[in-house]
Design a protein around this ligand. Structure first.
Ligand code: HEC
Length: 153
């Protein structure tokens, strides 16, 4: 009896120690990995890689807005990534809650892009996602954000 209570209490402590990381990974595996693959290497000809490709977006506000927007609105239309062309559709994930979308962005930025400690740090929060939901976004508009960012950069 007593030991069962202790085990349960210990489990709660473990879970609450890194809730965002576990949530982010769970969302990534369930919702993103089919296309972007478990290690973020992408699917040739279909979905661009995420691993090592997202650091360029954390350097300014427009890039951060782009990242928060793409998980809400998805993206459609031809793009280029790592010298390869893609022309497919990323579905919107607006039905997921703000914290799940913030957590999956934190997961891809840290685990797949090594952005945990390296400046400039960008740690997406539920508030970042909420702010993008309130804009009149669309999958086509997200692609225009990306084009503008990469042209300017
Ligand atoms: C059905 C396949 C599919 C799923 C599922 C998917 N994506 Fe995508 N993703 C794509 C495609 C395709 C593109 C490029 C869209 C285009 O060509 O306009 C993309 C682009 C991206 C980009 C931009 C990459 C760049 O180089 O600018 C990010 C970031 C991204 N996805 C993150 C995610 C995350 C996070 C999830 C899960 C919540 C997810 N994707 C789920 C297919 C998918």
């Amino acid at each position: 009896m007593t030991s069962a209570v202790i085990v349960r209490a210990a489990a709660i402590v473990c879970l609450s120690a890194a809730p965002g990381k576990d949530l982010g990974r769970a969302v990534y595996v369930a919702r993103c990995s089919t296309c972007h693959r478990l290690e973020g290497e992408g699917t040739p000809g279909t979905a661009p890689p995420l691993r090592g490709m997202l650091g360029r977006y954390v350097v300014n506000g427009e890039g951060r807005d782009f990242l928060a927007s793409i998980v809400v609105w998805g993206m459609i239309g031809p793009i280029e990534s790592g010298g390869k062309r893609y022309n497919a559709v990323m579905p919107p994930f607006a039905t997921l809650d703000d914290e799940s979308l913030a957590a999956v962005l934190r997961y891809v930025l840290t685990t797949l892009n090594g952005r945990s400690a390296a400046p400039p740090a960008f740690v997406p929060t539920a508030a970042d996602i909420r702010a993008r939901r309130q804009t009149a976004g669309s999958a086509a508009a997200v692609r225009r954000m990306r084009l503008k960012l990469l042209e300017d950069g």
